[in-house]
Design a binder for this molecule. Structure first.
Ligand code: MRU
Length: 352
């Protein structure tokens, strides 16, 4: 973990959503930010999986890395017992099912299991820790690389708008979309950062604003529906978002509201960029229609924190992601470089 923190320090942002102290895995409780910084200790794979399901940790790459450590915890729980293999396989399937849209979750669990093939029972735990740390470190390196590739796309003196939180808190550190913003600043560009508040969980208002302010980056918050006004007034030179899953044809699943933003970008002639590591591409999904979209309880919409704000008895539509068709995506920034249309061709060049 020290090496990972060293990389992040060098790149200029030391915020991380989890810690591994050599024995236990800790999650920063993102539900409480920015009011409180509290860490939850995960002693079992069930603790880590519940952390994903209940949004203690969120953001596709961060969910993936948490899932990798959940596998580590499952191995610690079961490797010495009878029927170890079966118990670990059942735990892995349940971890994979903790949230449905982010492909990084399934990707990380499968990579963990593959890395353990042929490992003796005594070495399983040690091997799993080392693989989980590698997944984390590779994610941080990918984000820093994306920052430099994507930072070049951002014009000097422009406004950049982002949606949800695709930052350090949503990844192993540094962020994807916020990585591009951090990268542009690292390249010496003077940009004005705008964040959509992101109903209903307020990832933009609570998390994006918090982590940018922690890192000394000024940010202006707008209600989601304010994005159109900003774009029409030519105050935004680029929109940059993250992704939960990208299909083989370049259709992008991301936080609900992303599609609306992409349409607004087209209408106003503003580039719409997506930043995501190779682990977010699902080469088995031919298009966005095949991506499972999570629906969360209506309670998250009708209540603000614990207070009921909507009329009692109202029905709720609460899909938490939408799909942006590839024709609205100007470019996809990855750690391998910047992908351009036609995406079926450019995406097929990624390692998979
Ligand atoms: O519901 P969330 O908060 O997990 O949704 C997160 C997003 O939609 C992010 O934009 C996406 O996971 C990319 S994170 C680098």
């Amino acid at each position: 973990m020290d090496r990972i923190l060293g990389l992040l320090k060098e790149a200029g942002s030391q915020i991380v959503p989890f810690k591994w102290d050599g024995e236990d895995f800790f999650l920063l409780d993102q539900r409480l930010l920015p009011e409180k910084e509290e860490w939850i200790c995960c002693k079992t794979w069930q603790d880590a999986a519940a952390g994903i399901k209940d949004m203690v940790v969120r953001g596709a790459p961060a969910i993936g890395i948490t899932a990798a450590f959940a596998v580590v915890l499952a191995i610690r729980q079961y490797a010495k017992g009878k029927e170890a293999q079966e118990s670990i396989a059942i735990a892995a399937r349940k971890i994979e099912a903790s949230r449905p849209t982010a492909i990084n979750l399934i990707w990380a669990v499968r990579r963990m299991l593959k890395s353990l093939e042929g490992t003796s029972r005594e070495n399983l735990y040690e091997r799993s820790v080392s693989e989980a740390l590698s997944i984390w470190e590779e994610d941080v390196r990918a984000n820093i690389a994306m920052g430099l590739h994507g930072g070049k796309l951002i014009e000097e003196g422009t406004g950049v708008l982002t949606h949800c939180n695709a930052g350090a808190l949503a990844t192993g550190g540094y962020g994807t979309a916020l990585g591009v913003i951090r990268g542009a600043i690292r390249l010496g560009k003077h940009i004005e950062v705008h964040a959509d508040e992101t109903r209903p969980w307020l990832q933009g208002a609570r998390l994006t604003a918090w982590e940018l302010i922690q890192d000394g980056i000024e940010v202006s918050l707008n209600v989601d529906m304010g994005a159109g006004v900003l774009l029409k007034a030519s105050r935004i030179g680029a929109v940059v978002v993250g992704a939960d899953r990208i299909a083989a044809n370049g259709d992008v699943a991301n936080k609900i509201g992303t599609y609306t933003l992409a349409v607004l970008c087209k209408e106003n002639g503003v580039p719409f960029y997506v930043a995501a590591p190779s682990s977010t591409f699902d080469h088995h999904c031919s298009c966005g229609d095949e991506i499972p979209i999570e629906e969360r309880p209506g309670e998250e919409v009708v209540k603000c924190r614990d207070r009921q704000v909507a009329a009692k008895g109202v029905r709720v539509f609460n899909p938490v992601f939408d799909v942006t068709p590839n024709e609205l995506v100007t470019a996809i920034v990855t750690e391998q470089g910047v992908l351009r249309p036609p995406y079926d061709k450019s995406i097929s060049t990624l390692p998979h």
